[in-house]
Design a binder for this molecule. Structure first.
Ligand code: PXL
Length: 290
């Protein structure tokens, strides 16, 4: 039987305060018409970006029992979307999850959440980076930011990068398995002016790019918002460049809705103010073929 409302297994942490991970993924994907079923990897009092002394409860010991119950229920997922993991051991558990819940016509997305702005997050170890390099072979779509792409490829984090160079990065990541490879927060050659999101479809060998005005502000959780909209858009039947466009413009809108207020950046963007824009049809696009 087909799921009446398409169903997504979302393997991420839940951070109680700060608008990241499941607290943005669930509202976005619900709003786009999907049932989100969380597989919580860790519980944190806040996300790790800009808070000290946050509580971090690693759910590794509970995870297998949680998943075993789902297996006994024979649950069927139209998509599996994983992100922030709590430990090295979880890499193997997540790999098994992708295998155990595999279905035809299922979208498998891995956001290799490991770091941003040139650094790994506080809870991410070298072993997790190593494991992630293998885990991404399970995915149809991966969405690292430029920092995560650098760690996956063992390359220096660039301050600027040319189109030709980033196309090489995309192609190299694609050899690790995914069909659609996306890299976000790509610093353009004239960094202060704009930032781009780029993508490669290994099936048709085409590269895409969406460029946005650079806003001099960094908000945690925007990567989770980006990938959530990308997942929702692909599941609604959009093409890769349209999904890329919708995701990038949604994040830009959320940042712009927030930037005019003096709110601490660690609280994230005002998602609630822009969530309904996801219901609007696409009326303009700005993607380019690279
Ligand atoms: O947004 C990615 C993310 C997810 N989960 C946790 C984080 C972050 C980014 O800071 O700290 C716990």
């Amino acid at each position: 039987m087909k799921n009446i409302v398409p169903r997504i297994a979302a393997i991420h942490d839940i951070s109680g305060f700060g608008r990241a991970s499941l607290t943005v993924i669930i509202p976005i994907l619900s709003n786009m018409g999907f049932q989100v079923c969380p597989v919580p990897t860790a519980v944190l009092s806040t996300h790790t970006g800009g808070f000290k002394d946050f509580q971090f409860i690693d759910l590794t010991p509970q995870l297998q029992g949680y998943i075993n119950h789902w297996k006994s229920l024979d649950l069927k997922f139209d998509a599996i979307y994983s992100g922030f993991l709590g430990s090295e051991e979880q890499i193997d558990i997540v790999r098994e999850f992708f295998k155990d819940f595999k279905r035809e016509d299922q979208l498998k997305v891995i956001d290799p959440v490991m770091g941003d702005d040139g650094k790994l997050y506080q809870t991410v170890t070298d072993g997790m980076v190593k494991g992630m390099k293998h885990l991404i072979s399970e995915a149809d779509v991966i969405t690292p930011n430029i920092t995560e792409a650098s760690f996956l490829l063992d390359r220096e984090i660039p301050t600027t990068i040319t189109d030709e160079e980033i196309k090489e990065w995309l192609k190299e990541l694609a050899t690790m398995g995914p069909i659609f490879t996306v890299i976000t927060s790509v610093p353009n050659e004239f960094k202060d002016k704009s930032t781009s999101t780029v993508a490669y479809n290994s099936k048709d060998n085409r590269y895409w790019k969406v460029t946005c005005d650079y806003i001099p502000a960094f908000y945690p959780g925007t990567g989770d918002m980006f990938t959530s909209v990308l997942v929702g858009s692909l599941m609604q039947g959009d093409s890769l460049p349209i999904a890329l466009d919708r995701a990038q413009h949604f994040v830009s809108l959320a940042i712009r809705a927030t930037f005019g207020f003096e709110i601490p950046h660690r609280e994230g963007v005002l998602l609630e103010r822009v969530l309904d824009s996801l219901k609007a049809p696409v009326t303009s696009t700005s993607y380019e073929l690279m």
